[in-house]
Design a protein around this ligand. Structure first.
Ligand SMILES: [Zn+2]
Length: 241
């Protein structure tokens, strides 16, 4: 049954197989021995329902809570370089983004920029690759006339790894850390910030601030997983203080 859904697919080709071998030929979602994402994890991914996070400033849709298999897939992708998972993660991001898109016309997906040093060291921009996958899925499967994935944001300074910081430190870490690159964004474009995980929402807020400062209208944000989905209500009240 799961084979009927194209966005969540088995890895294809030699590169994917090699990546899987590097991971010990186990499902990157649950470590069950085998090649690619196991049927159980695929079913859990398909069962997820994207949901709107209650934020006071702009809409953010999460594809689901940050827990296995999504958390382990993101970890395998980013930390163990299982780049073939970009297609699966991109499908989740596409589904979350689709919840925001209201009409035809240009859609611009804007990935949160990664540390340029890390991109140089890895030779890959992980969030960009997931965004490109989401772009292709939205174009072909959702039949949207024009979808772009644009590196519209850049880091103005080095930021610390968010996961190592406290809640307050995360907001300070991100404040003023992003700026907009020159790019002609039509006024009618539906601009969606995309990221892998939302925890405090500090990174998404900083991205929104940078876009607004550049007078770019923002439709909302889309993330693969929300690490605080159960506490989302509390997030809204805290941010409103
Ligand atoms: Zn699995």
């Amino acid at each position: 049954m799961t084979n009927q859904n194209p966005p969540v697919s088995k890895p294809m080709g030699l590169l994917a197989a090699a990546a899987d071998l590097l991971l010990g030929a186990a499902c990157p979602g649950c470590a069950t021995p085998g090649l690619g994402i196991c049927d159980g994890c695929q079913e859990r991914l398909l069962a997820q329902q994207p949901r709107l996070l209650p934020r006071p400033d702009f809409p953010v849709v999460s594809h689901g809570p940050y827990r296995p298999p999504v958390s382990t897939l993101i970890n395998a992708y980013k930390e163990r370089e299982a780049w073939w998972l970009a297609k699966t993660l991109g499908a989740q991001l596409a589904a979350a983004s689709a919840e925001l898109i209201t009409a035809g016309g240009l859609v611009i997906l804007v990935p949160i920029p990664c540390d340029p040093q890390k991109i140089r060291a890895r030779g890959i921009d992980p969030m960009w690759r997931v965004g490109r996958s989401a772009q292709r899925i939205l174009s072909h499967q959702a039949k949207l006339p024009e979808v772009r994935c644009v590196r519209l944001l850049r880091q103005t300074r080095q930021v610390a790894e968010q996961s190592a910081l406290s809640r307050d430190q995360r907001w300070h870490n991100q404040a003023g850390a992003l700026a907009v690159r020159p790019y002609p964004v039509p006024a009618a474009a539906q601009v969606i910030i995309i990221d892998d995980i939302s925890t405090t929402g500090a990174t998404l807020s900083e991205a929104a601030r940078a876009l607004t400062a550049a007078r770019i209208p923002l439709l909302g944000g889309a993330v693969i997983a929300d690490a605080r989905i159960r506490a989302a209500q509390a997030l809204g009240s805290e941010r409103g203080r």
